[in-house]
Design a protein around this ligand. Structure first.
Ligand code: PLP
Length: 285
């Protein structure tokens, strides 16, 4: 495997960043993950838009032009011969002597890009059975709209989910509303067939997969409501699912100890999953 690290294509096993990298020191950086499907990059434009936004919010410069970034990303995918899998981009504020304030002007942002194959059957298998989620108190900062590499709360709840035999943990805010999962957005379908997901303005990362699913819902003329929903509502829902670039649309069949619907993936979630790549933008590598 090959990785791109600050201007060089290096063997993945030996790829390394400096110990004074601010990503390592302060989690002072952001990332993106795009799916690669049948040799195409999925929703690249939106992922790069979000990367630029995350960087802007933190006053970190783009490490190179967007066009150059897209080219390096392609080169990493090509060199790893990935047809199905993911490409990961991470940008940090760069390498400087440890000091909380921004480093001196001229410090170059650091860029790492990796790519690896993931067999599509793995996700499809999970989607056939559906997954469980647990609920946990929201304890993250208010700027979760920034796709920061500071993911400690997410790490802890994902581990807790794993130990409980679940796939994801849903953060629940002080008012009892689900915000989102540790690495996914959260959805329910009410008994009157309305798709519900929290508005992207507050408390969640504006997921690209979420956006594409909303486009799909509009295209199909399904009824939807962008509003927060409670854990109680989720437990009484007809269906539930989670979305992310790496999991696509993944049916949820259990919330804590409550079985959703008949305990099998619902027809809406399965349909949205199967049609996803008809609506997403596919860019050739
Ligand atoms: N929410 C969080 C906290 C995430 O980390 C992610 C993706 O990693 C998502 C939502 C889903 O975003 P996307 O659909 O862009 O992958």
């Amino acid at each position: 495997r090959i990785a791109y690290v600050n201007g060089r294509y290096v063997r993945h096993a030996e790829a390394a960043v400096h110990i004074e990298d601010r990503g390592y020191q302060f989690a002072d950086g952001v990332y993106e993950v795009c799916e690669i499907w049948r040799g195409k990059v999925v929703d690249e434009r939106r992922h790069l838009d979000r990367l630029e936004r995350s960087l802007r919010e933190l006053s970190i410069a783009m490490p190179m032009s967007r066009a150059a970034l897209a080219q390096v990303m392609r080169e990493v995918i090509r060199r790893n011969r990935v047809q199905s899998g993911i490409v990961y981009l991470q940008v940090t504020r760069g390498v400087a002597r440890r000091d909380h304030v921004f480093p001196p002007a001229g410090t170059k942002p650091a860029l790492v890009i990796t790519s690896r194959a993931v067999r599509p059957e793995v996700g499809d298998k999970a989607a056939e059975a559906g997954v469980g989620v647990i609920t946990v108190p929201e304890n993250r900062w208010e700027r979760v709209d920034i796709k920061s590499v500071g993911l400690l709360p997410n790490v802890l709840v994902k581990q807790k989910a794993k130990e409980a035999g679940a796939k994801e943990a849903w953060f629940v805010d002080a008012d009892g509303f689900v915000t989102e999962g540790g690495s996914t957005n959260a959805w329910i379908i009410t008994t009157d067939n309305t798709l519900v997901t929290r508005p992207a303005e507050h408390g969640i990362l504006a997921g690209i997969t979420r956006r594409v699913v909303l486009d799909m819902i509009e295209r199909e003329g399904l009824s939807f409501d962008e509003r927060p929903f409670t854990v109680e509502e989720a437990k009484n829902a007809k269906e539930a699912f989670i979305t992310a670039a790496t999991t696509l649309v993944m049916p949820v069949v259990k919330v804590d100890d409550t079985v959703i619907g008949n305990g099998h993936p619902g027809s809406f979630a399965s349909e949205l999953r199967s049609k996803f790549h008809e609506v997403s933008e596919l860019e050739p590598v």
